[in-house]
Every structure is written in structure tokens, then in C-alpha cells.
Design a protein around this ligand. Structure first.
Ligand code: MG
Length: 184
């Protein structure tokens, strides 16, 4: 039995022509400014009415941050925090769609395109369900894929721990990519 992946026809990354990426993000939720540090609640680029909002340097869109990290992860690039440091004043209040656009530029630059993306948002409030289709439409446009290639699921944390107590929002995301010119 060999342990060298190069000796197996379908295990080398370039040979398979497929990449998987994982992204995760969490933002603290706070009362909306000026009462607290919360920014307007934006998720997947869609503004949602809420009495609390995420705290962060950019627009604090946890879903687009997790999407960006999954894209960068799939192509072996540094994560969003290294590419767009929160110490850089140019990123203050930045629309997080710009992170996704930059990550997609890098994905395409390496000859890959997105096959599908699946994300799970965990937060107690506000309810994400009514905005799910708008969020999916926006992300699929950013990734250059069909609506059906993106899935966003939402769940609560059953009232326990920081997320359950409404103190934070958390997002998990996975993405699959293939070489644009097909499986090699
Ligand atoms: Mg973030």
C-alpha cells in the first residue's frame, strides 16, 4: 500500500480539479448605535430590521465574512483577517461584498469557479427566514452562480450560551470549487 498521494490517480488536488473550503465567523451583537456599538444588521448583504446589530470594524456582515473565508480557504490563501486587517482604516465600515469580490477575483485567477456553497447562520434574533431568498440571490450573484447553487440555513441556539442569549451571531460555511475548464 502506498502513502504517496501522487501515486493515486484521484487524490492530488490539481489532478482532482476540485477544492473544498470552510469558513466560520462570529460577531458580538449589541444595541444599535448610538445606544451601543451595534451596526445596522446586515447579513449576506441584505439589511434586516433588528433591535441589535453586529459589532465590527467593517459592516460586520458575519455571513459574507464566512463566505469570504471559505473561498480563500479553498484556494489556500490567507484568511480575511490577514488580507483585510481591522487595523486598516480603509476597511472601516466597508461593505463586506468587497471582501467577497476580492476573494472571487483570486479564485478565478487560479482557474477555479464555485460549484456550490452551503452556509448555516446561528442567531436568536432577528428571524432570518423571511430574508433567506434575498440573501441567497445576493450571494449567488456575488459568486457568479445560479440561485440553486447557494444555500443558507438559519437556526437558533435554543436560548443557551452567548448566541442563545442574543449576544452574538455565528456563521458556518462550506464551498466546493472546480476548475473552470472542467474536471481534469
Ligand atoms: Mg467577521
Amino acid at each position: 500500500m502506498t502513502t504517496n498521494p501522487a501515486n493515486h490517480p484521484n487524490t492530488g488536488l490539481s489532478g482532482a480539479g476540485l477544492r473544498i473550503g470552510h469558513g466560520y465567523d462570529l460577531h458580538r451583537l449589541d444595541e444599535l448605535a448610538p445606544n451601543g456599538q451595534g451596526r445596522p444588521f446586515v447579513l449576506g448583504g441584505v439589511q434586516i430590521p433588528a433591535d441589535k446589530g453586529p459589532v465590527g470594524h467593517s459592516d460586520a456582515d458575519a455571513l459574507l465574512h464566512a463566505v469570504t473565508d471559505s473561498l480563500l480557504g479553498a484556494i489556500g490563501e490567507p484568511d480575511i483577517g490577514q488580507l483585510f486587517p481591522d487595523t486598516d482604516p480603509r476597511h472601516e465600515s466597508l461593505d463586506s461584498e468587497e471582501f467577497v469580490v476580492e476573494a472571487m477575483k483570486r479564485v478565478r485567477g487560479r482557474g477555479f469557479g464555485v460549484v456550490n456553497l452551503d452556509a448555516t447562520v446561528v442567531c436568536e434574533r432577528p428571524k432570518i427566514g423571511p430574508h433567506r431568498e434575498a440573501i441567497i440571490a445576493n450571494i449567488s450573484e456575488l459568486l457568479g452562480v445560479e440561485f440553486g447553487a447557494v444555500n443558507v440555513k438559519a437556526k437558533t441556539h435554543e436560548g443557551v450560551d452567548a448566541i442563545g442569549e442574543g449576544l452574538a451571531i455565528e456563521v458556518h460555511c462550506v464551498v466546493l470549487m472546480a476548475r473552470i475548464n472542467g474536471i481534469q
